[in-house]
Design a protein around this ligand. Structure first.
Ligand code: NAG
Ligand code: NAG
Ligand code: NAG
Ligand code: NAG
Ligand code: NAG
Length: 819
């Protein structure tokens, strides 16, 4: 039966094709067949096939006659002919014997995406030069607005561009200037133009996501007032597009495969589709997704979890735990987001309060909101100012606050949102959601997002702490009340930290005569306690201003104990002196051992690597105070008499406010160990994982990350060498020349893949430190799909101009130099 239909179509179509002899069919020639009335086409779905589910029936207006894949301009309808679109489709035209068929392809441009038309809709090129689409009932649906421009006809170029030209053959209008959600090979997108995604896979109306070119970059956003951006382009040009600051050009032209196109998906992804071969096409065209240009982690897509929902672990969605205010939109389907139980009403703003979600981030944070509206973006604010700003304006639905990384930890940046999309559980930032309390209920104060068990645990610990602190305080108070020490009466945990006087330390260190080294935070001296125990005393110098909370922070650091962390045993805070007293590490820092001729054996190196990983995992995943080290490097890894490795200087970044005149950047760490995402403002513990990856590679290769003694400039950066050797599959060349290391060449090379995993440009692809520990123990295998081009950074934060100037790799480390 189908066959009969086809034959019937084919006769009709054959006649049509005869007249369509030139590559660019001229409209006038086709007119007579399709409707019998000049310059009028009626939507009478005639040909098509039943193989593909999407678009089954066509009323062709322009089509090349060549067999194969091609562009078709005309009407395409769904199977039941209830919705038809005038547009350009990539279709497969075929004829076998007498049978001619068009295999349903993809609609890559549409004139009426928001207003599907019915059968009998008309397209008319009027005497006035206007091309007008009207529905079957005569309603005007779309037109090219080319009245009076002497349009003499139109054609379809072999790039898939519909062009209206005038009597002098000049282009008057073209579909490439009015893109929908697709870009074809060679198609340009310039300032003022945008792609807008569809509502869903089944509804091609304009949805929430757009891609646009503005101010020298291209960017994607979700529509809102103002638009909320979720990616900007400082992506380097790729296989799939090029961008010169003004024009985004899609895909190479002519195409490198049979057919390709880029589509902004209804979920906000920017995907590249490709049809690789025309074999097996009897079951429909098989379009393959070959790339996702944005490469953001899943949680960074604004609607991945719906509104008000928190995305964790690459796609798990949950509503904020505040059950008084939020409930899932659908219990069955958590991806649909959450709704407020009571919508925010501006008439009773006295009942607004904020719910605090700690360690929660927002996708649009870090984009240059200053460029558009300073109302929404506040810099260098206290957290209270940020809350107040949101509470004082009814349009504000949420505030997002990130502490700043300029070492002034009391201030940060604040983003106000008029609309709340998905939130991210990534361990940085705080989100305050505005909620409406009912007039009868008491105003509920901001609560923290914490599991119940943790709350109970922390409360218990808190009570114990308070009790012990109180008893210590009363003892200390009666024992000694030294004058002249403005910070004196801060309570100290007994038995954990010893408080030294400056004079005591002068004696212990023999007047600071034996210097062990100098680091970013100050010089380190050797000392000996009266019982003979050796200690290391760090004099925090060059410190612009010591934080008021110095003692609090010292206590925090002093309370962290782990075999792989250098133990803080005491401190001194007297007048302007701030000193920290650590256990003494006989074998000094790791950097000495890395470059030593005949350095450590493979076994010892394995131990060192595992020690560092465990120490970091503890810092990152410890319950009460997660600490991001921010300056992992061999100089900060110390070795005791048995070559147990311990991490030093952790928590120091929270201890001190650096002299601001010296450090104008928010970036911290040491050049060479700085993870690429420092250029954006999303800093997570994964910066430590990156730095760990560098240290690991240094240990395996027995050389420094930056080695200026290399004669070949290409070999200066260890990472460059790593990328090259990986490409050549010659990783064994990199193994340290040490005899024992050479004996274990294979195991060493294998461990390089762990380093590569830690060094992934996309921080979300790096493993957590606990996963690294497991990998080292052989409990998990290293991810295999690794990108050895470590500079491939998906840009997530900062606009095209990173707010903090890039630190050049030659900048002396004012932050933390070598000891
Ligand atoms: C086309 O396919 C649909 C379902 O996929 C079926 O119901 C219909 O009968 C088919 N039509 C023809 C002409 O084969
Ligand atoms: C389209 O027009 C033709 C001729 O006027 C008519 O026979 C047919 O029923 C119409 N189809 C629809 C779906 O309105
Ligand atoms: C498609 O989406 C638009 C916008 O959300 C909506 O108005 C329209 O009803 C939808 N169409 C269908 C067929 O669901
Ligand atoms: C800036 O914000 C306004 C709304 O405040 C919005 O209409 C406009 O499109 C935005 N402009 C850009 C370039 O994002
Ligand atoms: C409140 O925010 C809106 C934008 O959402 C802004 O136009 C308005 O000026 C703000 N009002 C005040 C009082 O700041």
């Amino acid at each position: 039966m189908m066959k009969e239909h086809r034959q019937c179509f084919s006769i009709f179509f054959f006649i049509y094709l005869v007249f369509c002899s030139s590559q660019f069919a001229i409209s006038q020639r086709l007119v007579n067949f399709i409707s019998g009335v000049p310059t009028l086409w009626i939507n009478r779905p005639s040909i098509g096939s039943n193989f593909s589910r999407r678009i089954l029936n066509y009323t062709p207006i322009l089509l090349e006659r060549n067999t194969g894949l091609q562009f078709l301009y005309g009407f395409s309808c769904n199977f039941y002919h209830t919705e038809c679109f005038l547009g350009i489709s990539l279709v497969l035209y075929n004829s076998t014997g007498e049978t001619i068929y068009i295999e349903g392809g993809r609609l890559v441009w549409s004139a009426n995406r928001d207003h599907p038309v019915q059968v009998n809709a008309t397209l008319q090129l009027g005497q006035d030069g206007n091309l007008v689409l009207a529905d079957s009932d005569g309603t005007l649906v779309w037109s090219t607005n080319t009245t009076g421009k002497s349009v003499s006809g139109f054609n379809l170029t072999d790039m898939g561009n519909l062009v209206l030209f005038d009597t002098t053959n000049r282009t008057v209008w073209q579909s490439f200037d009015h893109p929908t959600d697709c870009l074809l090979p060679g198609q340009n997108l310039v300032s003022g133009q945008k792609l807008t995604a569809s509502v869903s896979a089944d509804n091609s109306s304009q949805g929430l996501f757009s891609l646009t070119v503005l101010n020298g970059s291209w960017a994607t956003y979700i529509s809102s007032d103002p638009p909320q951006y979720y990616s900007t382009s400082d992506y380097p040009d790729s296989l799939y597009y090029s961008f010169d600051g003004q024009t985004l050009t899609a895909l190479p032209y002519p195409p490198t495969s049979i057919a390709q196109y880029i589509q902004l998906g209804y979920d906000g992804h920017l995907r590249v589709y490709q049809l690789d071969n025309l074999e097996n096409n009897m079951l429909g065209l098989n379009w393959k997704e070959v790339g996702d240009i944005l490469t953001l982690s899943d949680c960074r897509y604004p609607m991945v979890c719906g509104r008000y929902s928190i995305c964790a672990n690459g796609g798990q969605c949950t509503c904020p735990v505040e059950v008084n205010f939020f409930k899932p939109f659908s219990e069955r389907n958590p991806d649909l987001g959450c709704t407020e139980l009571t919508p925010i009403s501006c008439d009773s703003s006295q009942y607004h309060s904020l719910v605090e979600l700690k360690d929660t981030a927002y996708f649009s944070f870090g984009f240059n909101y200053e460029l558009n509206s300073s109302v929404f973006w506040l810099e260098g604010k206290k957290i209270e100012d940020c809350q107040r700003a949101c509470l004082s304006n009814c349009s504000c639905k949420a505030a997002v606050y990130y502490p700043s990384f300029n070492l002034n930890l009391l201030r940060g940046d604040c983003l106000l949102l008029n609309e709340v999309f998905s939130l991210m559980d990534v361990g940085v930032g705080t989100v305050f959601l505005k909620v409406q309390n009912s007039p009868n209920a008491p105003v509920i104060f901001p609560r923290q997002k914490m599991p119940f068990k943790v709350i109970i645990g922390c409360t218990l610990i808190g009570i114990i702490l308070i009790l012990s602190v109180c008893s210590a305080l009363s003892k200390k108070r009666s024992e000694k009340r030294k004058a002249g020490d403005f910070l004196d009466l801060e309570p100290i945990l007994p038995g954990i930290l010893t408080r030294f006087s400056y004079n005591e330390l002068k004696i212990i260190t023999q007047d600071f005569s034996r210097k062990l080294g100098k680091g970013g935070f100050g010089s380190v001296y050797e000392g000996t306690l009266s019982n003979g125990t050796k200690i290391a005393v760090k004099h925090l110098d060059g410190v612009g201003q010591v934080k008021e909370s110095f003692l609090t922070e010292v206590k925090t650091v002093g309370g962290i104990h782990h075999i792989n962390l250098v133990k803080l045993i005491g401190f001194c805070a007297e007048k302007s002196h701030r000193l920290l007293i650590y256990e003494y590490m006989v074998n000094g820092s790791l950097d000495r051992w890395i470059t030593q001729e005949n350095g450590l054996t493979w076994h010892k190196r394995q131990m060192v690597i595992s020690d560092i990983a465990k120490g970091l995992a503890y810092l990152h995943e410890d319950c009460s105070h997660k600490i991001i080290h921010l300056d992992i490097k061999p100089q900060n890894i110390l070795l005791d008499q048995n070559f147990n490795a311990k991490i030093s200087d952790f928590g120091l970044s929270k201890l001190i406010e650096k002299d601001k005149s010296k450090v104008v950047t928010r970036m911290r760490g040491t050049p060479g160990y700085i993870a690429p995402e420092w250029l954006s403002s999303i800093i997570t513990e994964k910066v430590d994982v990156y730095a760990f990856g560098i240290v690991l590679l240094e240990i395996l290769c027995g050389r420094k990350n930056l080695d200026w003694s290399q004669t070949d400039e290409e070999d200066v950066h260890l990472l460059t060498v790593f990328t090259r050797k990986a490409e050549q599959e010659h990783l064994t060349d990199m193994v340290d020349r040490n005899e024992d290391m050479q004996l274990h060449r294979e195991a060493v090379t294998e461990m390089m893949s762990l380093a590569a995993w830690c060094l992934q440009g996309d921080f979300s692809k790096r493993p957590s430190m606990s996963l690294v520990v497991k990998a080292l123990e052989g409990l998990v295998t290293v991810e295999t799909n690794l990108d050895y081009n470590f500079r491939n950074v998906p840009k997530v934060g900062a606009g095209n101009q990173p707010r903090e100037a890039a630190i050049s790799s030659k900048l002396p480390s004012v932050l933390s130099g070598p000891r």
